[in-house]
Design a protein around this ligand. Sequence first.
Ligand code: HEC
Length: 188
Amino acid sequence: MKRVLGTALLCCLPLGAAMGQDNTGPLVGESKAIVKQFMGSLKGELESAMKSGGPINAIDVCNRVAPAIAEQQSADSGWDVARTSLKLRNPDNAPDDWEKGVLEKFEAQKAAGEPVKPMAYYETVEEDGQKVFRFMKAIPTGEVCLKCHGSDLSPEVAAKLDELYPADEAQGFRIGDIRGAFTLKKPL
Ligand code: HEC
């Protein structure tokens, strides 16, 4: 299972991480599989909602369905699964210190010219005396995201977002920006 540690991830391995622990490889593999599933469900829901009722309808998907999918995935997998960002729409998605540090690291990597899509980072940390494996994967901004996260929102979308998220900071993104990240953790 050690082979699942690709070079892209190895370069992100922090000093002091669980290098010698046999369980890290499978945990990374599991994290990636959960992210893939989460992303797949979200994308499917978003696309069909956009098709059937346009972005206003799809806002509802992001508002209700995204947290529900995250909750369901957490329940199914035994992992804590969520999304976070340095520029938040929903304050419930706020990063903790560790997540903020990783998001800043991703921004620095992007500024150094690295591609956003494969960016990931993991580490075994100690929280309240308990060892916890944590994993994050960057989420790039794509074309479809601009309808709700870009700088040229339709008046209807802008009004709906304003109603649901009066403190919204997640606008003005451009294609290729880091919109945020998936964040996973599991007590060991
Ligand atoms: C139809 C509107 C809409 C579209 C299109 C959309 N989003 Fe969002 N996005 C939202 C809403 C609404 C929320 C707040 C969800 C919540 O309450 O948890 C959100 C939240 C997020 C978050 C969680 C962090 C935060 O700011 O609260 C991320 C990450 C995110 N979106 C990424 C994306 C990406 C990447 C795309 C394109 C693939 C995308 N979104 C497309 C409306 C949209």
